[in-house]
Design a protein around this ligand. Sequence first.
Ligand code: PMP
Length: 288
Amino acid sequence: MSRVVYVNGQYLPYWQAQVHVEDRGFQFGDAVYEVIEVRGRQLVDATSHLNRLSRSLGELSMARPMSDRALLHVIGETVRHNLVRDGQVYLQVTRGAAPRDFFFPPAETIEPTLVVIARPISKTAQDAKAQQGLTVTTTPDIRWGRCDIKTVMLLPACLAKTAARKAGAREAWFVDPDGFITEGGSSNAWIIMQDNTLVTRHIDNKILAGITRATTQRAIEKLGLQLDERSFTRAEALAAKEAFATAASMQVMPITAIDGEKIGTGQPGVMTLQLRGVFYSAAEFTDI
Ligand code: PMP
């Protein structure tokens, strides 16, 4: 199968898809993105992802490349070109290309860059991973003060996740200067206390308001479980009954150890797997 990428109005073979060398996404990380799950040729929670994209663009005074309707059309075409049934769509918007200068160029002088990539991911392989669970390491949160904006400035996450991998783990959890877990390198962080209360950090500028986090919240309500949205410490996480991560790339993913210490039995938690099982019943599906 030949891969096809959408870039600025064209569907191009993967290796020919390019952006300008003076694209501000390339030079300044002046760009935002979204990752949307594709399941059974439908998009999962597309409305929420596109709303968050609009918010990210707005926070950075960046122009929209096109309407949501047109974006959905481009996403659908890219998914079809790549024959993706289950997988994900990566969508990036940059401020556009301009001679390198820190100041934002006047909006009328620059066209945003839009890139859409779709790739298949085996559902079976993902479910197998969930049966195993993943392990995490903790690391100081060295990111900036606007983690609520989904920008491509992901170097701290790359450093943290690479260090995690070196330590034999799959994800890194960031810890703020007060000892509280903020979120994962590319996921939101959750624990389940011994009394079965779920805990995940409240939303503010220190974390991304995960779309999968919001859907998981709805699943929690459906199941009649207790949720406490508040900061939690590394020590609380180590003493938790269960832990998990949420992201569009993994839905609800059990965590079995933190910094080499087992969480609960060291196996994926019962409540976590139950939440994973009902996750899609709380999600929105959009035809493309
Ligand atoms: N936090 C961070 C830092 C992330 O990068 C991601 C995934 N992109 C998430 C949380 C989870 O967000 P979502 O559920 O919308 O994928």
